[in-house]
Design a protein around this ligand. Sequence first.
Ligand code: SAM
Length: 347
Amino acid sequence: MKHGRGPSKGGHSRSDQTRGPSRGPSRSDTGPQRQEQPKPTAAPQAKPVLGIGGIPLGAPTKFKNNPQVPRPRPAVLVPAGEPAARPQKGAPFNLPALEVMTTTLWSYPSQHYWSPTKRRLIGVDGAKYTGATPSWVIWQLLMRYTSEGDAVLDPMVGSGTTLDVCDDLGRSGLGLDLNPQHPQVKLSDARSLPLKGNEVDFVFIDPPYSTHVNYSDDPRCIGKLDSGGSDGGAAYYEAMTKVTREIARVLKPGKHMALYVSDSYVKGRGDKGFMPIGFELFEIMRKPWAAGGAGLLPVDIIAVERGNQKLARGNWHKAAEGGNFYLRGFNYLFICRKAQLAVNARS
Ligand SMILES: C[S@@+](CC[C@H](N)C(=O)[O-])C[C@H]1O[C@@H](n2cnc3c(N)ncnc32)[C@H](O)[C@@H]1O
């Protein structure tokens, strides 16, 4: 696999099974075994006492060179041999060409990808939009689960990344949002979609993960509902139940959907600080339709390493270590399918 992962980041242990087939002889296979010379024995030393993250207590922590502090990904992905559309300082020119991923651990090489057919960056307008989905992630999904001409819906399309990828790949994109930011986006509340039912081939959705981003002043915005609020997140999950049921209703039987989401952590909330949004939403998506869920069948769960530029800030890592919490290192990508014989009318 030619897929570039960028610098290694702590917290993700990658076993050999997740790396795919071995790519050549290991170091010890490359030549005759050399006889190890006995090394002079050093005076025994007291074992250091390890603190959070295996860092010896009292050791100076250099966040600048800490491998857990990722360098920001380049904003521009240009496949080998392609000219850079907009050369940027430090942007590599020989990034890998687009390739369909085959494992459940993804790491997008850059926020936007370079389309070899359109000869432009896809999703570039999203750079000005807080919370835009990496176009590379949507490209991966459309390559797997759709064919040319298929109808693809994004009911919370934001800056229009899904529409841009649809245009690149010859899919028929329908983008809806409460706060249209793109000329092709229609105003609609994702809890009540303006579609008859059983009519789209794929749905992608990247919903608000609680209240971190102020998307609009529209009181119907789900980003105004706190998934860890005093109601225990009831209003957020109730809204997302309606959204996922609508997705299930409009999908054609046998077709797929993908939901991109992250858990959340809010400092200073004690035991209520961690909000397991991913697992909660996955349960809602799987819960039978008759029991109030979306009644979708689980297909797979992908962990997408986050390329959030804020993760490159040393002081964030210092706070996480000092406060004994973790920074969000990945997003879930939950992939589900509508059963061939699903029964789901608008409730
Ligand atoms: C994380 S952003 C989506 C990002 C998008 N995939 C992109 O690449 O730009 C979440 C979006 O959900 C929209 N939204 C929030 N509540 C909504 C609702 N009830 N109906 C439709 N859209 C909603 C927000 O306006 C925002 O654009």
